[in-house]
Design a protein around this ligand. Structure first.
Ligand SMILES: *[C@@H]1O[C@H](CO)[C@@H](O)[C@H](O)[C@H]1NC(C)=O
Ligand SMILES: *[C@@H]1O[C@H](CO)[C@@H](O)[C@H](O)[C@H]1NC(C)=O
Ligand SMILES: *[C@@H]1O[C@H](CO)[C@@H](O)[C@H](O)[C@H]1NC(C)=O
Ligand SMILES: *[C@@H]1O[C@H](CO)[C@@H](O)[C@H](O)[C@H]1NC(C)=O
Ligand SMILES: *[C@@H]1O[C@H](CO)[C@@H](O)[C@H](O)[C@H]1NC(C)=O
Ligand SMILES: *[C@@H]1O[C@H](CO)[C@@H](O)[C@H](O)[C@H]1NC(C)=O
Ligand SMILES: *[C@@H]1O[C@H](CO)[C@@H](O)[C@H](O)[C@H]1NC(C)=O
Length: 520
C-alpha cells in the first residue's frame, strides 16, 4: 500500500468575496483583524500637535448606518461616553503631549465595525481616519483534545468579509490546508483521521483588502490529540445492499452514499468467501489516497470525489465479484453502502470430441439460476455442472450446421436482474474437418447486460446431490439451470427447486470489522 499526499496550493483557503471593492467603494483607511478578547489598538495620531485639539472616537457597528460616540478627549481630559466598552481607553496616557490618540480595547464578538477618529480644532476638522475592525471567530470542533481517528473541523468566520481578501490555514507542519466556503460565507477546514502527528499549532492567515497598514494577520490555534481513546462514530446509516451482475471486464459502478463526505473507505469481501480486505481509501481534505496494488478499481470521478461525492468504477474479473462495502465518513457520522456483485464469464475449451462451452460466475449466494440456451429453441442442449459456479455444455465435433450458432449463458439474480454472455459457434470454412485440428472458429460476444428478465418460464432443475458429474436435462425443455445453493440446502432426493430466503443486508455489514483501520 502506498500513501500519497498532494499538497495542493490551488485549494488554499480562499474566502470568496462577492464582487471586487474598488478604491471608491472602500470607505475605510485601515483594516484591523482580531479575535474576541485579543486587545487591539486602532491607530490615530496628529503630529505635530497644533495647539489645543478635541478628539472624538465614533463607532458604526456592522450593518448600521449611524455613528455613536464612544470616547472623546481634549487637551486636559479623556471621557468615555455612550457605547464605549469597559476597558476602552486611549492607548497613550500622554496623548496630550505625544499626539497619539490611538484607541485601545479588548473587543467582544459584537464590537466589529467602523471606528472613526475625528480630530477638531475649534470648529475646524483637522483629520478623520476610519478603521474597519474585523472580528475573527474560529470554532474548533470537536473540542480538543481530538480523539484518535476523529475528524477535526476548523470553521472560520470574519465579521466583515468585505474587508478580507483571503483566509488560509496552515497545518503545524506549515502545509497549506484545503478549505471550503460554506453558503454562510464561513470557511471550513478539516483534518480527518486525527492522529498524534496532527497535533500542534494550526495557523490562520488573513489578508485584509485594500490599502492598509498591515498586510497579514496571523492567528494560532493549538490543537491537542488524545490517542489513548478512539473517536466514536455512533451515527451510522446503512443503505440497502445493491445486488448486481455483470460480464467479466465490463464496466461496473460501485455506489457509495449519496451524501457528501470527508473521506471514503472501500472494503472488498472476496466472492463466496468471508475474507474481507480494505481496497481503497480517499481523503479529500488531505488529498491522500491508498489503493491496493494491482487493483483496477478507481474513483468514478476525481472531480466529484473532491467535492465529497464518492463512487467507484471497476472492470471486474470473475474473481473480483463479491461484496463491495463503501463507507463514507462525514464529521461524526458514517454512511455505509454495500454492493453484491456476481461476475459472469463464458469461454470454450476444445477437446478431440467436442468443443466444451463453459459458463462461470461468482458470488453464488445471490444467484437464482443460470442457464445455457441455443438460439434454436428446439435444439436440445446437454449440460453439466461439475462444481458450484460452473456450467458446461458440449458441442460435438465435427460441428454440424444445426448445432452451430449462438450459445447464451443467462444468469438471473434473486432480485430479477439478468446478465447474459454469448458464445458464437461457427462452422469451419472448409468442409473437411479433422478431429485433431481446432477447426471450430468461435467468438465471444456479450449480450444485453442487466436487462429485465423477459425469458419465458423455463425448465426445472433436476440436480441430485452426490452426482455432480451427471448431466440432467428437463425433458422437452432445452433450458437448464444450476442453483448453487441447492448443493448445500436441497435434500439429496429432492428434485424440487427451493428458493433461499433473501440475503439479509445486515449480514453483509456485520462482516465489516469497522474502524479497525483508517488508512487515510
Ligand atoms: C475638556 O473636556 C471636558 C469634558 O468634556 C470639559 O469639561 C473641559 O472643559 C474640556 N476642556 C477644554 C479645555 O476644552
Ligand atoms: C504553539 O504555540 C504556543 C503559543 O501559542 C507555543 O507556546 C508553543 O510552543 C507552540 N507549539 C509548537 C509545537 O510550536
Ligand atoms: C495608501 O495609504 C497611505 C497611508 O494611508 C497613503 O499615503 C497612500 O496614498 C495610499 N495609497 C493609495 C494608492 O491609496
Ligand atoms: C445522524 O446523521 C444524520 C445525517 O448527517 C443527521 O441528520 C442526524 O441528525 C444525525 N443523528 C444524530 C443523533 O446525530
Ligand atoms: C432447430 O433444431 C431442431 C432440433 O435439433 C432441428 O430439427 C431444426 O432443423 C433446427 N432448426 C434450424 C432452423 O436450424
Ligand atoms: C448470433 O448473434 C449475433 C450477434 O448478436 C447475431 O448477429 C446473429 O444473427 C446471431 N445468430 C443467430 C443464428 O441467431
Ligand atoms: C485509527 O487509525 C489508525 C491508523 O491511522 C489505525 O491503525 C487504528 O486501528 C484506528 N483505530 C480505530 C479505533 O479505528
Amino acid at each position: 500500500m502506498e500513501l500519497l499526499f498532494f499538497p495542493c496550493p490551488l485549494f488554499l483557503a480562499v474566502l470568496s468575496i462577492t464582487g471586487s471593492i474598488t478604491a471608491k467603494d472602500q470607505d475605510w483607511n485601515d483594516v484591523i483583524v482580531t479575535k474576541v478578547s485579543e486587545p487591539v489598538t486602532l491607530g490615530c495620531s496628529d503630529w505635530p500637535l497644533k495647539g489645543s485639539v478635541n478628539l472624538n472616537w465614533l463607532w458604526k457597528p456592522h450593518g448600521r448606518d449611524s455613528w455613536s460616540l464612544v470616547l472623546s478627549a481634549n487637551n486636559s481630559k479623556e471621557t468615555r461616553v455612550g457605547a464605549s466598552k469597559a476597558d476602552m481607553r486611549l492607548a497613550d496616557p500622554n496623548f496630550q503631549r505625544s499626539g497619539d490618540f490611538s484607541l485601545y480595547f479588548k473587543p467582544r464578538a459584537s464590537d466589529g465595525g467602523r471606528y472613526s477618529c475625528w480630530i477638531q480644532q475649534g470648529e475646524k476638522k483637522l483629520m478623520q481616519r476610519i478603521t474597519l475592525l474585523t472580528i475573527l471567530t474560529v470554532a474548533v470542533s470537536p473540542p480538543p483534545p481530538i480523539l484518535r481517528n476523529g475528524t477535526l473541523r476548523l470553521t472560520t468566520e470574519v465579521s466583515a468579509s468585505e474587508a478580507v481578501s483571503e483566509v488560509a490555514w496552515f497545518s503545524p507542519r506549515g502545509i497549506p490546508m484545503r478549505s471550503e466556503t460554506l453558503p454562510s460565507g464561513a470557511v471550513i477546514c478539516k483534518v480527518p483521521c486525527f492522529d498524534q502527528a496532527d497535533q500542534g499549532n494550526y495557523t490562520c492567515q488573513i489578508w485584509p483588502r485594500g490599502n492598509v497598514s498591515r498586510l497579514l494577520f496571523l492567528f494560532t490555534y493549538t490543537i491537542t490529540a488524545d490517542v489513548t481513546k478512539a473517536a466514536k462514530f455512533s451515527n451510522i446509516t446503512h443503505g440497502t445492499v445493491v445486488s448486481t451482475a455483470c460480464l467479466a471486464r465490463s464496466l461496473l459502478s460501485v455506489p457509495c452514499a449519496s451524501v457528501s463526505g470527508d473521506y471514503v473507505l472501500l472494503y472488498w469481501q472476496h466472492p463466496d468467501s468471508r475474507q474481507m480486505d480494505p481496497v481503497f481509501s480517499y481523503d479529500r481534505w488531505r488529498q491522500g489516497r491508498t489503493v491496493q496494488t494491482g487493483s483496477r478499481l478507481r474513483l468514478t470521478s476525481s472531480h466529484s470525489a473532491d467535492s465529497g461525492m464518492f463512487s467507484f468504477s471497476l472492470e471486474p474479473e470473475l474473481k473480483e465479484g463479491g461484496v463491495y462495502i463503501c463507507e463514507v465518513f462525514l464529521d461524526d457520522s458514517v454512511f455505509i453502502q454495500g454492493t453484491r456483485v456476481s461476475v459472469l464469464q463464458v469461454y470454450a475449451k476444445s477437446t478431440p470430441l467436442a468443443l466444451v462451452l463453459w459458463c462461470q460466475y461468482s458470488e453464488r449466494s445471490q444467484v437464482k439460476r443460470v442457464t445455457w440456451t441455443h438460439h434454436n429453441q428446439s435444439y436440445s442442449l446437454r449440460w453439466s455442472s461439475p462444481a458450484p459456479g460452473r456450467l458446461s455444455t458440449e458441442v460435438p465435433k465435427p460441428t454440424r450446421p444445426d448445432v452451430a450458432g449462438n450459445y447464451t449463458c443467462t444468469l438471473e439474480l434473486r432480485n430479477g436482474k439478468v446478465a447474459r454472455a454469448m458464445y458464437a459457434v461457427t462452422l469451419p470454412p472448409t468442409v473437411n474437418t479433422s478431429l485433431s485440428s481446432p477447426s471450430i472458429l468461435s467468438s465471444l460476444s456479450a449480450l444485453g447486460l442487466l436487462v429485465p428478465l423477459v425469458a419465458v418460464a423455463i425448465g426445472v432443475l433436476l440436480w441430485k446431490r452426490g452426482h455432480p458429474g451427471v448431466s440432467l436435462h428437463s425433458g422437452e425443455e432445452e433450458n437448464v439451470y444450476e442453483n448453487p445453493e441447492d448443493l448445500r440446502q436441497t435434500p439429496a432426493q429432492s428434485s424440487v427447486y427451493m428458493d433461499l430466503k433473501p440475503t439479509d443486508d445486515d449480514d453483509v455489514y456485520k462482516e465489516l470489522d469497522r474502524y479497525e483501520r483508517c488508512p487515510c
